[in-house]
Design a protein around this ligand. Structure first.
Ligand SMILES: N[C@@H](CCC(=O)N[C@@H](CS)C(=O)NCC(=O)O)C(=O)O
Length: 219
């Protein structure tokens, strides 16, 4: 079924949805944003209507104007790059593409899944951990993950991953650092990541994707 325009299901504070918002903005794809509230009433991501579209029960979900549905933020990025090649989100050279993917996957597969909402809910619920212990868990995995990425940011020597432009690498970094700050992680050991994040956040596509300017933002 065709939509009038692509739809992006997300939530203002979801860092995975934040990645997808930056990606559509970088591509210049006009989308309708639909909010899936991840918290109230146990979370709209668990409702049957949403699960029918995305059995993974997570945001983001991208629904193209021809009805194609893509879940998982990195799959959305690659789908956008394949269906709308310009401007590219990945570098042209295979070695550089691999580096960008490696960085992105380290965030999406190694750092973020350990600190996702449902993991934190399980730690606090079934396992009975208090907030301070959950925060320690969070900070542990973030700092371990960022330490591994700092050399890659340093190797960019002040450039973006696409030279003049931010792309896949930065659209993963910025939401991850947003999350890190939210959970009061000490970022002082990662000056190259912090500088790259600050440069990327000045970019219009990143500014428009920021959690605090989304229509579903709540204080
Ligand atoms: N690997 C997925 C992660 C998606 C994900 O974990 N989304 C979170 C928000 S950041 C979510 O929907 N959480 C709902 C829950 O934990 O119940 C991606 O990159 O899209």
């Amino acid at each position: 079924m065709r939509n009038q325009q692509p739809i992006l299901y997300g939530y203002w504070r979801s860092s995975a949805a934040y990645r997808a918002r930056i990606a559509v903005n970088l591509k210049g794809v006009e989308v309708e944003h639909r909010s899936v509230h991840l918290v109230h009433d146990g979370g709209d991501q668990h409702r049957a209507e949403y699960r029918q579209m995305n059995p993974q029960g997570l945001v983001p979900l991208f629904v193209d104007d021809d009805g194609t549905q893509v879940s998982q933020s990195l799959a959305i990025v690659e789908y956008l790059d394949e269906t709308r090649p310009e401007p590219a989100l990945l570098p042209r050279e295979p070695a550089d593409r691999a580096q960008a993917r490696s960085f992105a996957q380290h965030i999406a597969s190694e750092i973020h899944p350990l600190n996702n909402l449902r993991v934190l809910q399980y730690l606090g619920g079934e396992l009975g951990l208090d907030d301070a212990t959950k925060r320690a868990w969070y900070q542990h995995w973030v700092t371990l993950g960022l330490a591994a990425l700092e050399p890659q940011a340093a190797a960019l020597q002040g450039a973006f991953s696409l030279g003049e432009r931010p792309g896949l690498l930065e659209l993963c970094l910025v939401p991850q650092l947003y999350n890190a700050r939210r959970y009061e992680c000490d970022l002082s050991a990662y000056p190259f990541l912090v500088a790259l994040d600050a440069r990327a956040r000045e970019h219009e596509a990143f500014r428009r994707a920021a959690p605090e300017v989304q229509p579903d933002t709540t204080p």
